[in-house]
Structure formats: C-alpha cells, structure tokens
Design a protein around this ligand. Sequence first.
Ligand code: FES
Length: 72
Amino acid sequence: MEEIDINQLMRPRKICVCRQVSESDIRKAIQSGATSLQEISLQTQASTNCGTCASAVDAILQDELKKLRKIV
Ligand code: FES
C-alpha cells in the first residue's frame, strides 16, 4: 500500500517558491483588480526574487483574465 503524505495533500501548491505564493493567492489578486505581472507582484510578492515563476504567474493571469472576460 502506498503511503500518503497528508500535509502535502492539504497544503496548496506554491507557484512562487521563493515568496511562498500559491495559485489561489495569485487568482485572488487578479480578481481584486491586478491585470499585469507587475501588479500581481506588488500585491503578492510573487516573482520578486529569482523570477523563475514569472511564466507560471503570467499563465495564471491570462487564464483568470479570460474567465473574468466571460463573466463580464
Ligand atoms: S520562484 Fe518566484 S521569485 Fe523565485
């Protein structure tokens, strides 16, 4: 039987490991008005250190903006 790490299941996946920012944090920033990577960085601190998460943050931004455009 495979052992399951319950902490790993409960913990939201971090998109920005340096600043410990989750996908949920990024989506909340967009839903509250952020429309660019820079604005997300200001609100969440994502992508303000090594920058390797920038493309993942941008992908979430594009996805969330697409969803918001469908709603409006
Ligand atoms: S992983 Fe996001 S700044 Fe390093």
